[in-house]
Write a protein that binds this ligand. Structure first.
Ligand code: AMP
Length: 208
């Protein structure tokens, strides 16, 4: 299965992707995780991406497109993959489409996780990640156990200001990819309001 998870910041893409890849046995490819790893390692790509990410802006298309197209050529993606956070602009969607056509493969599904803007800021600002296990917690809705609390990371772009910019960018830059996939008849929408287990069930039903 080759699929894409789309949703605004705080929609639960990362949490749900981690669960879905267990069910569907495909690699989880998160452009945000790859960029954060590059920033941490201080690679040239990371150095370029860092200033955009801190401000909640999108990293330029040419940087992200090259990174993802290289990644999906790897052998672990031969039978499928789940993209999370890519494509995020119409040129990214078109570049992915072209590369997949050239490779003779096609997307099976693009799933949009819908969450109203009013809920997103609180979800993103309260988010904390465990750098050891990659588990995503929320201080109020999914509190971390005491033994991991001291090591949790608060993303630099999960501040109220950066989240507001990221939500605006989602509407102006990412929403235009929806009609692109609607035309291809592979778009599905899932209600992202509720507890994570319920939302996983909705996603699995939409994908199965
Ligand atoms: P995420 O972890 O998906 O929320 O992404 C965190 C940040 O990484 C975004 O706010 C952007 O700055 C950058 N980023 C991730 N994926 C992309 C993408 N496909 N295009 C441009 N920037 C991206």
């Amino acid at each position: 299965m080759r699929m894409i998870l789309v949703g605004p910041p705080g929609a639960g893409k990362g949490t749900q992707a981690a669960r879905l890849v267990e069910t569907f046995k495909i690699p989880h490819i998160s452009s945000g995780d790859m960029l954060r790893a590059a920033v941490k390692e201080g690679t040239p790509l990371g150095l370029e991406a860092d200033r955009f990410m801190k401000a909640g802006q999108l990293v330029p298309d040419e940087v992200v497109i090259g990174m993802i197209l290289e990644r999906i050529k790897k052998v672990d993606c031969a039978k499928g993959f789940m993209l999370d956070g890519f494509p995020r602009t119409r040129p990214q969607a078109e570049a992915l489409d072209k590369a997949m056509k050239e490779a003779g493969v096609a997307l099976d599904s693009v799933v949009v996780i819908d969450v109203p803007d009013a809920l997103l800021e609180e979800r993103a600002v309260g988010r904390r990640t465990d750098p050891v296990t990659g588990t995503i917690y929320h201080l109020k809705y999914n509190p971390p156990p005491a033994e991991v609390a001291d090591r949790l990371v608060h993303r630099k772009d999960d501040t109220s200001e950066a989240v507001t910019t990221r939500i605006q960018k989602y509407h102006s830059e990412t929403a235009p990819i929806v009609p692109f996939y609607e035309q291809q008849k592979i778009l599905k929408r899932v209600d992202g309001v509720g507890n994570p287990d319920e939302i996983t069930k909705r996603l699995v039903a939409a994908l199965s």
